[in-house]
Structure formats: C-alpha cells, structure tokens
Design a protein around this ligand. Structure first.
Ligand SMILES: NC(=O)c1ccc[n+]([C@@H]2O[C@H](COP(=O)([O-])OP(=O)(O)OC[C@H]3O[C@@H](n4cnc5c(N)ncnc54)[C@H](OP(=O)(O)O)[C@@H]3O)[C@@H](O)[C@H]2O)c1
Length: 405
C-alpha cells in the first residue's frame, strides 16, 4: 500500500544492516526519514542512498541507550519533517560468549542498547503519537525473542524483554481504544554487518545461523508491518519453526541447541586479536552498509512473509480449493454408494492432504508450503465438522483428527 503523502519515519540503527535496508525501502516510497545511530559516517552514507532513492533524510547521531538523546532526536525529526507517523526500533548490540565469561558491565550495556533502547524509542514515539491518536511502532524482533540460544544470553534476554513490554503496551492501547498500532516483526538470521562487529570471546568469527536471509527481505516485512494491523509478523520458515518448536518441545530444543548452537554460530575463520567491536563505540571505518559478508548464502525472499502478506486471498483460494476437493469427495462417495456397497475407495483425510500437498507443490514448486497445507487441513476439518453417525462411511473420526492434528 503506497501512502498518499510522504510519511515521516524514524529508524534506530539506520547506519547499517536491517535499519539501513529499511531506510532504502521507505525512501522508495518517498518517505522523510530520521536516521538514528552513533556513527555519523554510516548515517551520512545512508542519507545519500535515501536521497538517491527518492526520500528525504535527517542524520541524527544518537546513542539509543540514552533517553535524552533519543528524545532530542525525536524532537529534531518533528521540527524538520512534521508529525512522526512510524517509529521503528531496530538498533542492537550483542556479545557472543558463554554467560560465565561475560562481564557485568558488558551484559548491562547490551541490555541498555538492545532492550532499553527500544523502551526509550517507544516512549519518545508514544509521547507524540498519543495526543494525535495515530501512528505505528514497529519493534524489530527475532525468533530469539521466543527461543533463546547458547552464547547469546544478553541478547536473547533483551529480545524476550522487548516482547514482554510490547505486549503490555498493546493491551494498554487496546484498553484506551487507541488508533496507535504497535507490532513486532520476528526475524530469522539475516546477512548484516553485525557478525563482523559484535563483541565475542569465542575463538572463531561469528556467523548467522543458516538459513540466512537478505536484509531487504527484513526491510520489506518491516515496511509492510508498519502499514498493516498485525499483532506480530514472522519472517522465514526457520522463525516459524523455532517459535512453534519451542512451544511444542522446549526441552528437546534445549538439547539440540546445546549440541549445535556453538558451532553453528561461528565460521572456521579465527578471530583476529585486533578485531574491533561496536559494543561501547561505533566501529570507525566499519562495514556501514545494509548487507554483511554472507551474500552468497543469503536468500532473497521469504515464503512465510509472502503467505502472511497474502493471507486474506490465500485463505479464500485455499478454502475454495479445499471446498472443491471436499465437494468432489462427497459426490464421488455418493456415486460409489450407488454403484457399490463397498466403502474401501473413499478418500481418507490423508489422501486429501496428499492431494492438496501435490497441487500446492505443483503450483509453487516449493515443499516448504506447510502453512498452506496446514490451512487446507484446517479448512477440510471445518468442512467435515463433527463425525455423523448416520453416515457409516464417515472415516474422519474426531479421534483421528486429534491424533493427526
Ligand atoms: N542480523 C540478524 O541475523 C538478525 C536476526 C534477527 C533479528 N535481528 C534484529 O535486527 C535488528 C538489526 O540488526 P542488524 O543485524 O541489522 O545489526 P547491525 O548490522 O549490527 O546494525 C546495528 C545498527 O544499530 C546501530 N547501533 C548499535 N549500537 C547502537 C547504539 N548504542 N545506539 C544507536 N545505534 C546503535 C549500529 O550503528 P552504529 O554503530 O553507528 O551506532 C547499526 O546501525 C536488531 O534489532 C536485531 O536484533 C537481526
């Protein structure tokens, strides 16, 4: 949905990675963007890109762990561009290290940037949005807001805390019948510069846990979330799997991550003794760009994001498709009843699922459309309703559905 007028957008952590890619995406819509981060060098480069893409940008060197700096930046954006429509909390810091080896001041710093930075950003946004009763706040989250992993205790704690305080604010906004929308976008691993500059005590260079997505996919999700009223948005099948997996079998995932989580977060490359980190200061002459060094492995699209964006018509399409199959199954069953007393040829629920799966695969050529299949299965169940004892041929008993579902 393209806005009718130029939107006023604030992005924290806009000098690199997902924040910078998000600035590009809003710039293409002609937005006026307040770019917040610490590195003036990175912000000025982002500003040039925004202007080349058709937007307007204000460079606001800000440390998000300082509420006064965040508040001043918000005021400067409104002076330059007018009322803020969208606020995106995105800036982050992390440490890759076993908890036992993290110093208290470093843990506190990650918390102050990654968690409290979002709190202060949300405060500055709401201070302006509440009197106007409009606006959108997007919290850039992570699958790790639900599923903590080893070596990232400070970051996972902060991401989880963001979800906690955001849920609370959402309830308050609903209580007030507010038009302000607050949402969280849970990201998968993304190819950004963070892996080159987060602090680490590990022997090898940090890396995102595959599958890795390009920051442009994350940016597309953020822009979409800012314009649609979704409570949360999951990007990437790995995010859906991590969140569902931890709800279904958290202990199993603990053990799986204990085995794989150390090696999957490091490359084979040793960490250089003079490797810089951006925990306390921005890295001078760092890789201030949207993409990191994993372009070769990164994916350009997320099926789950596409499904989420198209859910309304997909529900209709899949519903219509399954209705067709259901009607076909009923008609063929009736025809069989007429011609034979045997009921061995009726399609079972698994036959129908297999047929839907086959059709969906043919249409899209991707076997990760489990969401569609799940939807189709749900629609099928809805169509069948409760088992009817007057139909002796009814195979899909509630018991079977419970065990399958
Ligand atoms: N990359 C992933 O795999 C991944 C996965 C899931 C979720 N996410 C989420 O995506 C968001 C962006 O991550 P990213 O990978 O793009 O990180 P990134 O490449 O390291 O970029 C981080 C941004 O935050 C800024 N920043 C760091 N400390 C700051 C501070 N104290 N004050 C203000 N700005 C600060 C950095 O700029 P300066 O150094 O100039 O301040 C930079 O612009 C984060 O919320 C992260 O949790 C990322």
């Amino acid at each position: 949905m393209k806005p009718a007028k130029s939107e006023v957008v604030v992005i924290t952590g806009a000098s690199a990675g997902i924040g910078r890619a998000t600035a590009h995406a809003f710039a293409k819509q002609g937005a006026c963007i307040g770019l917040l981060a610490r590195s003036r060098e990175g912000l000025e480069a982002a500003q040039k890109e925004v202007e080349a893409l058709g937007g307007h940008a204000l460079v606001l060197p800000t440390d998000v762990s300082d509420p006064e700096q965040v508040e001043s930046a918000a005021a400067a954006v409104e002076t330059a561009f007018g009322a803020i429509d969208i606020w995106i909390n995105n800036a982050m810091a992390s440490i890759l290290s076993p908890f036992f080896d993290i110093q208290p001041e470093d843990f506190r710093r990650v918390t102050e940037v990654t968690y409290l930075g979002y709190v202060y950003g949300t405060m500055a946004a709401l201070k302006r949005m509440k009197p106007r009763n409009r606006g959108a706040i997007v919290q850039v989250g992570s699958a790790l807001a639900y599923r903590s992993i080893p070596l990232q205790s400070a970051y996972c704690g902060a991401k989880s805390a963001i979800r906690g305080f955001t849920d609370s604010i959402r309830c308050e906004l609903l209580h007030d019948n507010s038009n302000i929308h607050i949402t969280m976008v849970q990201m998968p691993a993304v190819n950004t510069p963070q892996f080159g500059w987060i602090k680490t005590s590990m022997p090898h260079q940090p890396q995102p846990v595959p599958p890795i997505f390009q920051p442009d996919v994350a940016a597309e999700a953020i822009v979409w979330a800012a314009h649609h009223q979704r409570r949360e948005l999951y990007v990437g099948g790995s995010t859906v799997e991590a969140i569902l997996g931890t709800k279904l079998a958290p202990g199993l995932l603990d053990r799986y991550l204990a085995k794989t989580g150390y090696s999957s977060q490091q490359t084979d490359q040793p960490v250089a003794p003079d490797r810089p980190s951006n925990l306390w200061e921005p890295v001078s002459h760092g890789n201030y760009s949207a993409h990191g060094q994993f372009d070769a492995q990164a994916k350009d699209g997320s099926l789950e994001l596409w499904v989420a964006k198209n859910l309304n018509w997909l529900t209709l399409a899949v519903g219509a498709g399954v209705a067709g199959i259901a009607i076909g199954a009923v008609l063929s069953h009736r025809a069989q009843q007429k011609s034979s007393t045997e009921d061995g040829d009726q399609p079972s629920e698994s036959d129908v699922r297999a047929e839907v799966l086959r059709q969906v695969r043919q249409a899209k050529g991707d076997d990760r459309l489990h969401l569609l299949v799940g939807l189709a299965s749900l629609v099928w169940k809805a169509f069948n309703g409760k088992p009817n004892s007057e139909q002796p041929s009814q195979r899909f008993s509630t018991e079977k559905l419970k065990t399958d579902g």
